[in-house]
Design a protein around this ligand. Structure first.
Ligand code: ZN
Length: 160
């Protein structure tokens, strides 16, 4: 029986819930999520548990924040002067925007808007969350040389 190993392209269906049992994400029926095993395409705690699974096999995997999107980091809460935003920008709590610095692109969520400052949070939305994956392996195939070089799956006409 073929089992998942480094360098395989794996298709799996999943339901992702948080500790309160709320569904955070799930694959569409008949449309498994494809990833390249061993290339850190998925969170480390889940990738580790996928190793050696077989087609048709299901598993419940609990992933602690350290093995998912990290712990909540208070140092990623910022107060940005209101004047740093465009004067005509309408700002309200819950808005998301992207900020780019030397570390790459950060997704930032507006938490609170005050007269002079805007409180923002640059943590990943799932930081600090223990994640519960209910996964079923749908397909396993060897990656192409190009996929291995690119460290991701090529499908649906994705090409370079
Ligand atoms: Zn590619």
């Amino acid at each position: 029986m073929q089992t998942i190993k480094k360098g395989d392209v794996v298709g799996f269906s999943f339901i992702l819930t948080n500790q309160d049992g709320e569904i955070l994400d799930q694959s569409y029926p008949g449309e498994p999520l494809m990833y390249l095993h061993g290339a850190e395409n998925i969170v480390p705690g889940l990738e580790k548990e996928m190793e050696n699974m077989e087609i048709g096999q299901s598993k419940k995997v609990q992933v602690v924040p350290e093995e998912a999107y990290g712990l909540f980091d208070d140092t990623l809460l910022f107060q940005v002067p209101r004047m740093n935003f465009p004067p005509d920008a309408v700002l309200e709590a819950g808005m998301q925007f992207q900020s780019e610095d030397e570390n790459g692109i950060m997704n930032i969520v507006v938490k609170e808007v005050k007269e002079d400052v805007v409180h923002v949070d640059a943590n990943h939305p799932l930081a600090g969350e223990t994640l519960n994956f209910d996964v079923t392996v749908e397909s396993i195939r060897a990656a192409t040389p190009q996929e291995l070089i690119h460290k991701h799956v090529h499908q649906h006409g994705h090409d370079h």
